[in-house]
Design a protein around this ligand. Structure first.
Ligand SMILES: O=C(O)[C@H](O)[C@@H](O)[C@H](O)[C@H](O)COP(=O)(O)O
Length: 230
């Protein structure tokens, strides 16, 4: 894990967007295609807007989600809606988007179709961008969710799993830990003093509190960069 800190959020966004674009371009040059996994929440909005204006062979890039809330794609809580509004615009309008929400009534019932959709995306994922909540959740791997043990089991054999967080609204579909750790590179995008404190807590040794982000921060197999600005 490498921590990169920036003087302000705009500088962070510019640097992070350049880093992502370089990784996607390198994959396109080597394999003719690339895949980008993005997260929801409020933090990535300026990053999405910056990325959408970057010149790249976007038609060779498949974009999907680290997690989705099980709501209609027209809902303001939908991560798909967020991505459509802020990322799949301008130059990035040419990217191929694979959403997770499908017609199934529950996330559990929608799991098999999500698994099929994810399996069709070129892998390993070129870049996975994650966010983090103040409780240490990432993607929809929430502490205390009954499905956490399954979702973080490196032998669960699945790319995604349904999660019912006790502390956040909506059923979710989340990438599993093995799916996230199958990426070529993981980028954690966080801002503000609160999240810096959560990061420090997650990195500290000691009695392990259930902070799912720990599984990602403390692994040694996938290159991981943390981008932080006040
Ligand atoms: O859809 C989601 O809820 C996310 O993917 C989630 O894991 C998010 O990244 C964090 O909750 C941080 O969200 P903020 O950026 O809003 O703090």
């Amino acid at each position: 894990m490498e921590l990169r800190t920036f003087l302000d959020r705009q500088t962070l966004v510019n640097e992070l967007a350049e880093h992502i674009a370089a990784a996607l371009s390198a994959s396109i040059a080597a394999h003719g295609r690339a895949s980008l996994v993005v997260s929801g929440g409020s933090t990535p909005v300026p990053l999405f807007e910056r990325l959408s204006n970057i010149e790249l062979s976007w038609q060779k890039v498949v974009i999907t989600l680290a997690d989705e809330r099980w709501v209609e794609p027209t809902s303001s809580d939908s991560n798909e809606a967020l991505v459509r509004r802020h990322l799949l615009q301008n130059r990035a309008a040419d990217a191929i988007f694979v959403g997770l929400k499908n017609a199934a009534a529950t996330a559990e019932e929608g799991e098999a179709e999500c698994e099929d959709r994810l399996n069709d995306i070129p892998q390993p994922f070129t870049v996975v961008i994650l966010g983090m909540g103040n409780d240490g959740h990432t993607a929809s791997l929430f502490p205390c969710a009954a499905q956490l043990a399954h979702a973080t089991d490196m032998h669960c054999g699945k790319l995604c799993t349904a999660v019912r967080p006790q502390t956040a609204p909506h059923q979710r579909m989340s990438l599993t830990l093995p799916a996230i750790l199958s990426a070529k590179e993981i980028l954690l995008h966080i801002t503000g003093a609160d999240k810096k404190a959560v990061l420090e807590k997650a990195l500290a040794d000691g009695p392990s509190e259930t902070m799912p982000i720990r599984f990602i921060l403390r692994q040694q197999t996938v290159p991981m960069l943390v981008y932080w600005a006040e």
